[in-house]
Design a protein around this ligand. Structure first.
Ligand code: ADP
Ligand code: MG
Length: 617
């Protein structure tokens, strides 16, 4: 790794490698024969038969391969070609992120020349794009697959389940791995593929190794190897020159802007991928870059600026994957979703802020926050790797080399060890797993967080004295794919006659934010919020916004005028429809309390009482 120091805005670093062979291959919608050729060029193609052989002969196959080598889009297609989808069986492929589920599913449908939602479909929370008896390959979030287990604990519809992005160690992935291991004991014919960009393959393999000491049920399929197989896909990637900031960076949004402009000015063609943390700083960076384009056209002409984060509307997501127009330079400003979940073609330069949004939970204060925190060295390497896919590339790290070497944590902490476990506990309980502390976790959660979760669920009336789900409340809460506190609020609304209102509130709470925010418009958007503000607090404010939106006949102009996010409101309407169906299923009568906000507040408190406090004079 080169240890050249470089400061954003200063002279560009020495070029260490030649830039021969820098052909950028960009294509999106190709005829089927060239799409076939493109598929065969992917590194994973050479392993096609080996993979199919291992899956045939082993219960669990662990596949490790560089991002972009074809794991997510190709392996499921090989499985279809080999017949794992025949006879009404289903191939499932899980992703930790919703956006990745949609993007990968639509890419695979395109490569196969089928309509998305037919042979190839996807399911994410509140959105099911599959067709029973037609869909043979289904992409889904690991959370959705956990939910499916409530109706079908052994996942009998599936012949193969590929758990993708296992290295991310999301909380749902970890729960899923533990449960799949259990299912496999009962259903040895179920094949598992664990796919990952950087796994410590050995520890995964140890986890899935079937212990000999215990008496296992007789394995009928005697050909089947119980020992997990590990296959490592040799990728091809080019050298990436690493440049560090000379001094610690004060404002990484500003540093991103000047770095992008300096790349654009001084470097040869090739797209740029910027890693920031979330919608706010991504929008801010794009806003500043756009200003630059407007005020100083020369310096920035030819820049195509694109955000990439999970709340992004579908049409904008597609732009990110579309080929860069000739003579232009695409700059994708992304969350860490582009770290390993999505492959963008044509990236030659990476700008790494060194941060991402991460969940942190403190069981003592019972507060869970999504905070901007430093990434690990493993993540930093992944990010840099994105620059070397098509030709030698460069990565600009907005932190010092000293920091990278001596202060950055080596690996991330699995999410399960830094999360609130309330949802996780209730799901396991609903699946009949009573001894949660004794559950076979890939990484054990902290006992404090576990106890705290049990306490909260007990006080919500979801668990009884024996820590079993109560009937009906416990089972009802488990049915609702939302935070148990929100679920409890919905169930309580039945008794207070305000389910219509509460379902609206629940829908809004399940959306990231219904407001338009960003640098430079803070004042205006705060003023707009005041127009809806209610003395009773945010929940009633949400109701006012929703009412206004309906009265405007769901107008986008109305949203614009009031600093309300139109896409978010459409999503609220959609989620609300789904919640109505779920409410109906668990026996809640839809009823409006009209303007009786007292009823609404009672229902909200029934769910969120744990967040209450009293002011002492
Ligand atoms: P992996 O899962 O191993 O990271 P993928 O299967 O996601 O890799 O991607 C394999 C290749 O398919 C990528 O290198 C890229 O060339 C291409 N690809 C994937 N998704 C898209 C897309 N939405 N648009 C264009 N090309 C894509
Ligand atoms: Mg992938």
């Amino acid at each position: 790794m080169s240890s050249q120091f470089w400061k954003p805005g200063t002279e560009k670093p020495r070029i260490l490698e030649d830039e021969e062979g820098g052909v950028i291959f960009l294509s999106n919608s190709l005829s089927s024969s060239s799409s076939e050729k493109q598929r065969q060029r992917l590194p994973v193609y050479k392993y096609r038969n080996a993979i199919l052989y291992l899956v045939e002969s082993h219960g669990t196959t662990i596949i490790v391969g560089e991002t972009g080598c074809g794991k997510s889009t190709q392996i499921p297609q090989y499985l279809i070609e080999a017949g794992w989808g025949h006879g009404g069986r289903l191939i499932g492929c899980t992703q930790p992120r919703r956006l990745a589920v949609q993007a990968v599913a639509s890419r695979v449908a395109q490569e196969m020349g089928v309509q998305l939602g037919e042979e190839v479909g996807y399911t994410i929370r509140f959105e099911d794009v599959t067709k029973p008896d037609v869909t043979v390959l289904k992409f889904l979030t690991d959370g959705v697959l956990l939910r499916e287990m409530m109706d079908d604990p052994l996942l009998t519809k599936y012949s193969v389940i590929m758990v993708d992005e296992a290295h991310e160690r999301s909380i749902s992935t970890d729960i899923l791995l533990g449960l799949l291991k259990k299912i496999q004991r009962r259903r040895p014919e179920l094949r598992l593929i664990i796919a990952s960009a950087t796994i410590e393959a050995k520890s995964m393999s140890d986890f899935f190794r079937v212990r000999k000491k215990r008496r296992e049920p007789e394995n009928e399929d005697s050909q089947l190897q119980l020992e997990p197989a590990i296959l490592s896909v040799e990728g091809r990637s080019f050298n990436v020159q690493i440049n560090y900031a000379e001094e610690p960076v004060q404002d990484y949004v500003q540093a991103v802007v000047s770095t992008v402009l300096s790349i654009h000015e001084k470097e040869s063609t090739g797209d740029v991928l910027v890693f920031l943390t979330g919608q706010d700083d991504i929008d801010a960076a794009i806003h500043l870059l756009n200003e630059e384009v407007q005020n100083n056209g020369k310096r920035s002409s030819g820049l195509v600026l694109l955000p990439l984060y999970s709340g992004l509307p579908r049409a904008e997501q597609e732009l990110v994957f579309s080929p860069t127009p000739r003579g232009k330079r695409k700059v994708v400003v992304s969350t860490n979703i582009a770290e390993t979940s999505l492959t963008l073609e044509g990236i030659v330069y990476v700008v790494d802020s060194g941060f991402s949004k991460q969940r942190f939970y403190n069981p003592v204060s019972d507060i869970e926050n999504l905070v901007v925190a430093p990434i690990s060295r493993a993540s930093a390497r992944q990010r840099a790797g994105r620059a070397g896919r098509v030709r030698p590339g460069k990565c600009y790290r907005l932190y010092t080399e000293e920091y990278f070497l001596n202060q950055m944590p080596n690996d991330g902490i699995p999410e399960i060890q830094r999360s609130n476990l309330v949802s996780c506990v209730i799901q396991l309980k609903a699946l009949g797993i009573d001894n949660i502390l004794g559950f076979d976790w890939p990484a054990s959660p902290s006992p404090e967080a576990m106890i705290r979760a049990l306490e909260v669920l007990y006080s919500l009336g979801v668990l009884d004295d024996d820590a079993k789900l109560t009937s009906p409340i416990g089972f009802q809460v488990a049915e609702v794919p939302l935070d148990p506190m929100i679920a409890k609020m919905i169930i309580a609304s039945n008794q207070f006659g305000c389910s219509e209102e509460i379902i609206t509130i629940a829908a809004v709470l399940s959306i990231q934010s219904i407001w338009i925010s960003g640098r430079g418009i803070q004042k205006e958007s705060d003023e707009a919020k005041l127009r809806f503000a209610a003395a009773e607090g945010d929940h009633v404010t949400f109701l006012n916004v929703y009412k206004g939106f309906l009265q405007s006949s769901k107008s986008s102009q109305w949203c614009h005028k009031n600093y309300v996010n139109y896409q978010a409101m459409r999503k609220v309407i959609e989620v609300r429809q789904q919640l109505k169906r779920i409410a109906h299923r668990i026996g809640i009568v839809l009823k409006s309390c009209e303007s009786d906000m007292q009823a609404v507040r009672k229902a909200v408190t029934a769910g969120f009482f744990a967040n209450a406090c009293s002011l002492e004079p």
